[in-house]
Design a protein around this ligand. Structure first.
Ligand code: PLP
Length: 365
């Protein structure tokens, strides 16, 4: 099997232990304990609502903030589709903002320009989503300041950022509502899952209600609106309970892999996303950029042995979002043309990390 980009093997013993400890409790208790354990891991006064994916968590976060059909939502152009697809599910309209080069997060200056224009047209967005790219926190102080000025709520897409932090505050808690993914390729996985982390109990309760078909708490089935079947499953939660205590160790392993890549490849002129003062990245996968546009074919020659991906293709260049308004500065397009994700993962051996570094060095050398 080739070295995968981000693979977390199933640990059946951990799953067995997790289920055994809670064998006498009901299914819902497993989900509730996963939620309280995540709140404990973050160590902040937050309300956690677990879901069946990060994408559904973003969908619920938008709905809980009152986004409806026809509303505008500001979103990052440099991101994974899961950040943005929920805007379309609702029938709202994305407005894309490019990233800045220090963190690859949303450019606060472009965001300010966009909000100023929208305010002039009396068409402010209902929400702003910004992403912690590959686990690197965005410039949240600046993003939050601009959004606060215009009274627009923010969503932090921290899908891959568990374990990252920003001036001492954990990723996922850096805006009004945060979202995590626990899908199979994440550092901490429930093999399908996500969570909303909200400061406001009302937002969390609204999301929880919508995640369970919007069923009212009555002795019979009663609905006044259409909700979703987005709850996390109990086995996923049980697995998550066994994995959250290992989060720090798993994140440290990926951060260490990043350092190995950096010391092997930066002397060759390959660039690495460095942590600014006060920023701590979870280094979900290690990313590299080249000075010039790369020929991805050169790297695909390695594909039989090593799984690598170009950095995200910006949303404003995707055919599905053709014609959507976008405030761009060229940064995300450059990243797409000249950047790669290298494999990382708890199961990756030191020898494999060194092998990847050697192969990349051969291609560029
Ligand atoms: C930035 C980002 N947002 C959203 C998602 C969606 O999460 P999920 O795959 O759990 O739906 C991902 C998943 O990898 C992601 O990387």
């Amino acid at each position: 099997m080739k070295i995968p980009l981000s693979y977390t093997p199933i640990d059946p013993k951990a799953l067995e232990r997790a289920v055994a400890c809670v064998a006498d409790t009901d299914h819902l208790m497993l989900v509730q304990s996963f939620e309280s354990q995540l709140a404990k891991t973050l160590n902040r006064p937050v309300h956690v609502v677990s879901t069946n994916s990060g994408t559904s968590a973003i969908h619920l976060a938008l709905l809980a903030l009152g986004v409806g059909p026809g509303d505008m939502v500001i979103a990052p152009t440099f991101t994974y589709i899961g950040s943005v697809a929920p805007i379309q599910y609702i029938g709202a309209k994305p407005v894309f903002i490019d990233c800045e080069p220090d963190t690859w997060g949303m450019d606060p200056e472009l965001l300010r320009q966009c909000l100023a224009e929208m305010a002039d047209q009396r068409r402010l967005p209902k929400a702003v989503i910004a992403v912690d790219c590959y686990g690197m926190p965005a410039k949240w102080n600046e993003i939050n300041d601009v959004c606060r000025h215009y009274g627009v709520p923010t969503i932090e897409d921290a899908a891959a950022a568990l374990g990252g932090s920003y001036h001492g505050e954990p990723c996922g808690t850096l805006s009004g509502v945060g979202v995590f993914s626990f899908n199979s390729n994440k550092t901490v996985t429930t093999f399908g899952g996500g969570a909303i982390v909200a400061r406001s109990a009302a937002i969390a309760e609204r999301a929880r209600f919508l995640a369970a078909f919007a069923r009212h708490a009555k002795p019979y089935y009663h609905y006044s609106e259409v909700g979703f079947n987005y709850r996390m499953g109990p086995l996923n939660a049980a697995y998550g309970i066994s994995q959250l205590p290992l989060a720090a160790q798993k994140i440290a392993a990926r951060r260490q892999q990043f350092e190995v890549y950096r010391s092997a490849l930066s002397p060759l002129g390959i660039r690495f996303l460095t942590e600014q003062k006060g920023f701590l990245a979870s280094r979900w996968v290690s990313t590299i950029t080249f000075e010039k546009k790369i020929n991805i074919i050169d790297f695909q020659l390695l594909e039989n042995e090593i799984e690598m991906r170009p950095l995200w293709k910006p949303m404003h260049l995707q055919p599905v979002f053709k014609g959507a308004p976008a405030f761009v500065n060229g940064v995300s397009e450059r990243l797409f043309n000249a950047g790669l994700c290298l494999p990382s993962g708890t199961a990756m051996t030191d020898a494999e990390v060194h092998l990847v570094a050697t192969k990349v060095a051969q291609v560029v050398g």
